[in-house]
Each structure stands twice: as C-alpha cells, then as structure tokens.
Ligand binder design. Structure first.
Ligand SMILES: [Mn+2]
Length: 415
C-alpha cells in the first residue's frame, strides 16, 4: 500500500495587519503584527512534523506588494526550511499577489515552484504519481474562467487542480469565476482552491473540492479556527481531508443574553462565562472579541448610561484569565430595559401616569422646557460661537427627545 500526505493552504496574506485592535492601547502590537508570520511558521512546522510529500498554496500568499524586502526574505527562509526537510512547495498567485502587483522579486529556493501566470502549467511528481495543474493570476481582476484552459487529467496519476476563485461566493470579489459542476467535470481528484476565507469542503466523489480558509483570521469577521487542510492519499485515492488549526490569535463574536441578570454583577458573571467558553474553544490562543449583549435586563440602565465603566468591567473579566489572553474589539449593547417602556404608559399606577406625561412632553416639548439652562450655558461659553443649527440655539429636536424619553423610561422601568 502506498500512502502519503500533502498540505493545502491558501490566503496567507503575509504581513497583513490585523484590524480592529488599534483602539486598545494595551493590545500587543508586536504579537498582532507578527500573527500572519507565526501562523505561516506553524504551517511549515506541520508539513515537517507530518513529513508531507508536498505543500500547496492556492493564492494570496502575499497581501499585496511588499512594504519592503523583509516579507520576501521571510518567505525565502521558511521555504528553505521546508526544502531542508526535503519537501517541495508549490505556489499559485491570486488577486492580492498577482504578477502585475508584486514589484520586488527574490530568487526562491530550489524546492519552490511557482505556477505560470501566462498559461496553465503542470508539475508531475513521479515519486507519488501526482500531477498538479494551476495558473497564477496575471492581474488583480481576472474575470474569465481560468479552468477552461486547464489540461485534462493525466492518466495513472492523482490529479490536483490549483485555482484562486470566488466560486460564486458573494462575499468575495468574483474573480476567476467557475462552477462546482465545471470543476467536477474536469475529472481531477482534488481541487485545491483559494480566495474564499471561510473553510469549505465539497465531496462529489471521487472529487474533493476544498477551500482551506485563510491561515490566520485578520479581523472580527474572520472568526473561528483558521488553518490548512491535511490530505491523506492511499493507493492513489484521497482517503481523508482534515482541517488543522494553525492560527495564533482567534476572533469571536459571541452573543450574551443578559436577561437572566438582575444587576450589573449578574451581567458580568454571564459575560465572564461567555469569555471563558471562547477561550476554551481557542485552545490556549489569545482571543479578540466583539461582544453582543442582548435581552431585557435590569443592567440596561447601567450599560446605557455608563458604557465606559461597563467596558472596563468587561476588560477586567478578560484579565481574570491573565494578561494578554482576551482583547475586546468592541462591545455592542443591544440590551433593552426589563419592562417595555411602551407598556409602562398603560399601567394604572403613578408610574403609568409619569410615563404618559413623559410621552406628551416628548411629542410636543413645551416652550421653556429647559428653563434658563441654555441661557446659563451660553453665558459660560461666551467665547464660543454657537452655530445656528446647534441644539442650544434650536431647542431639542425629535431624535434627542426620543432618546431622552427612552432613558427616562428605562430608569423608571428599573425603579
Ligand atoms: Mn483572494
């Protein structure tokens, strides 16, 4: 029985910054800047540990033209490390690193081969009876179906097609469009795709069509485990396609329902539990969070009137797990007051009476509602020119009144 493994990765976007943590002055700038490199080292480590037969990268190895030669030097070092382990590396360039975009070039180590951008090219690996077919992007925006010119499968070989394509995914630019049917009809055993950053695996036996997803999430929309596909081949057939997480920082967007919380400590306990769950899934990696808080809760008033205090409390929940484990990308307060303010007005008691008065005031603010407050403020701000359309000059507008009404009713509902 012959058996070997290969690794399929894509969308490494080497040296691309991670976005969304700039606002946090405590975020580990170095660790964040180096994340795509660290994930790439993990990829090379995996190939060496698994004694992979070869490694495929299906486009967007680079994020764009190198800022300086260091990006290219890093790639050369890592490709050479793979070479010293006797493992070949095959690169296909995509829309981010198309031939027309990359202006600096370094000679790559002998184990590294790049698919031509001029026409489809095939590499035959006699040792494992494998035929690789692929074509790099000549320019950023490739709008034709590149597979039309790919060669038929080579008989007696495991045929693998490499392609950077949106494959109809609307969240990505529709480059090198093609269809699942067309890919299957090509008669290859495996399509090593790139461009779509979410992992996907379609089995149309015997053909596997795989997007490994990107190697390292770069912002809060790229959540979950990121890495590469480890493919096992036995007797010339694909036996398994496994995902291996290689990322060094995880993004997550948990939603926490705060309705069971009767006060701010209860809300923080729920947030703390959600943070612990994300850390658990991340398997020791630091986690960057966008936290959505929902539900009718008595904590709504605090969250709404003291957002910065609550943000710091949430950061503290993260620090319970140690420094540098949890980063807060943002906090989305979508909670509501425990009782529906619209229903308050229907109550027969004094609260109901108050709610109705507030509604009347909000609908038609009586003149002089703010008393001499605007005049006193203007006195104090004498040196400041107040624009004619400013709220101090015009009186509160409808939106402001609605916001004030919601705040007062929220406080009333809590009381
Ligand atoms: Mn791409």
């Amino acid at each position: 029985m012959s058996r070997f493994r290969f690794i399929h990765a894509a969308d490494i976007h080497l040296d691309s910054p991670l976005r969304g943590l700039e606002a946090d002055p405590d975020a580990p700038a170095d660790q964040i800047r180096q994340a795509t490199r660290a994930a790439f080292r993990n990829l090379i480590d995996l190939a060496i540990d698994e004694t992979a037969a070869f490694v495929l990268i299906a486009g967007d190895l680079y994020d764009g033209d190198w800022q300086d030669y260091r990006t290219g030097l890093f790639l050369v070092e890592e490709a050479a490390r793979l070479g010293r382990a006797g493992i070949p590396l095959f690169l296909l360039y995509g829309n981010h690193d198309a031939a027309s975009i990359i202006t600096r070039h370094l000679r790559l180590p002998d184990n590294t081969k790049v698919f031509s951008a001029a026409k489809p090219e095939s590499f035959i690996l006699d040792d494992h009876a494998v035929a690789l077919h692929g074509r790099s992007f000549p320019t950023r925006a490739v709008t034709e179906d590149l597979t039309l010119a790919y060669p038929p499968p080579l008989p007696g070989h495991l045929n693998i097609g490499l392609l950077h394509t949106a494959l109809g995914n609307r969240e990505h630019d529709d480059y090198a469009p093609t269809t699942l049917d067309a890919l299957v009809a090509q008669g290859y055993d495996y399509w090593a795709l790139g461009h779509v950053h979410a992992r996907a695996h379609v089995l149309a036996a015997p053909c596997h069509i795989v997007f490994p997803g990107n190697l390292q999430g770069r912002h809060v929309k790229e959540t979950g485990a990121k890495g590469a596909s480890l493919v096992t081949v036995e007797d010339g057939r694909i036996q398994s396609v496994e995902h291996r997480a290689l990322d060094v920082l995880r993004w997550a967007r948990p939603t926490v329902d705060l309705s069971p919380a009767s006060d701010i400590d209860g809300a923080l306990a729920l947030v703390g539990r959600a943070i612990a769950a994300e850390l658990d899934v991340a398997d020791g990696r630091p986690v960057a969070l966008r936290l959505h808080l929902t539900g009718r809760t008595a904590a709504h008033g605090h969250l709404t009137t003291r957002p910065e205090d609550f943000r710091q409390q949430v950061i503290a929940e993260g620090r319970h797990h140690g420094a540098g484990r949890v980063w807060l990308e943002s906090l989305r307060n979508e909670t509501r007051p425990p009782a529906d303010p619209a229903l308050l007005a229907e109550r027969p008691d004094v609260t109901g009476r108050l709610a109705r008065i507030i509604a009347e005031i909000a609908a038609a603010p009586p003149p002089g509602l703010l008393g001499d407050y605007p005049e006193r403020l203007r006195e104090r701000l004498r040196a400041v020119e107040i624009p004619a359309e400013h709220i101090l000059a015009t009186g509160p507008d409808e939106a402001t009144m609605a916001r004030l009404q919601a705040m007062v009713l929220a406080a009333l509902a809590e009381g």
